[in-house]
Write a protein that binds this ligand. Structure first.
Ligand code: VAH
Length: 312
């Protein structure tokens, strides 16, 4: 059985459905801090991941052998509420590590390009390189990578993780990230044909369409562990783009789409501290990472789905 925390979040809300399609609804226990809004397509439990005892009780009761730990505050929110972010991001992860260790579960938890900082090489950032992030979220991501490595080396816990780029999806609204401007731009281009970007032109970051991210999680978790040289922080990316490139891709469908720029100092500083493009070579080599969506394919899918959603 697989227990997912943060199941109502940007990754969780789509990953739970994918896992239930793959492995059967009753084998995937979705949990989040709020009650499931419209009922769930399978087992659902309310869980605040800072409550380790409750996390243990749910994982034990459902006989979980895998935990996908997604509950966390993202970069912009974490910068506004650093103490709460630390307690949730690291407190929650420590609980997931301890529950996994007690019950012998395989554990997946995501890291992020945010785990790199301003002194890291910005272009084709290597898998193994300096990590001195200067955002609270980035500090929590590097700490998470190190904690998961520690539990692997010290207790033999089968921990695995991916350094995600910005993830783009039409299913859930943006939730306090820095890369969420891409989701907002798609939504606004359909809703009103214009968007004011909080990041300036030329702000390049790695991005990935959600289906590629979900496939990466499943591929990594199903990979032969003996072949993994890395564990908890595989670089994965599909594209390196900036606001102008997305606007151009959108204009192929909405010709008079207009973008203007009003940089938000907090999120511009976070974005500027991150790499422009990371190297996914280790993921390709060690567990066959693949990308199916480039900017144009992602754009046509996003706009098609948002147009339908908008008309509902
Ligand atoms: C954020 N979407 O913007 C998340 C992610 C790489 C970015 O960590 O905070």
């Amino acid at each position: 059985k697989i227990m997912v925390t943060g199941a109502l979040g940007q990754i969780g809300s789509e990953l739970v459905e994918k896992l239930r399609d793959l492995y059967g609804s009753d084998r995937v226990i979705a949990t989040d801090i709020k009650a499931s809004p419209e009922g769930s397509s399978g087992p659902y439990e309310v869980l605040d991941v800072t409550n380790g005892l409750l996390m243990y009780d749910i994982a034990n009761r459902y006989e979980a052998d895998t935990i996908i730990h997604l509950a966390a505050l993202l970069s912009a929110t974490s910068e506004e509420r650093p103490l709460q972010a630390w307690q949730l991001n690291i407190g929650g992860l420590m609980n997931a590590l301890e529950v996994s260790r007690s019950l012998g579960c395989q554990l997946f938890t995501p890291s992020s390009i945010a785990a790199f900082g301003p002194t890291t090489t910005k272009e084709h950032t290597p898998q193994d390189t300096i990590q001195r992030p200067n955002s609270l979220y980035g500090v929590s991501k590097v700490s998470g990578e190190l904690l998961c490595d520690y539990y692997y080396h010290k207790f033999g816990l089968d921990t695995r993780g991916l350094r995600f780029p910005g993830l783009i999806s039409y299913v859930t609204p943006p939730g306090g990230g820095t890369t969420d401007y891409v989701v907002e731009m798609y939504i606004e281009s359909v809703a009103r044909g214009a968007y004011t970007s909080y990041l300036s032109p030329g702000t390049f970051m790695d991005m990935m369409y959600m289906p590629d991210a979900l496939n990466a999680i499943v591929s990594l978790m199903e990979a032969d562990g003996s072949k993994l040289k890395h564990r908890n922080a595989f670089n994965v990316s599909a594209m390196s783009i900036d606001p102008e490139m997305i606007a151009e891709a959108i204009r192929k469908h909405i010709p008079d789409f207009k973008v203007d720029y009003k940089p938000d100092p907090l999120r511009q500083a976070i974005a500027d501290s991150w790499p422009d493009s990371i190297d996914s070579g280790a993921s390709i080599e060690e567990w066959g990472f693949q990308v199916h969506y480039d900017l144009d394919k992602m754009t046509s899918e996003m706009l098609a789905h948002l147009a339908v959603k908008g008309n509902r």
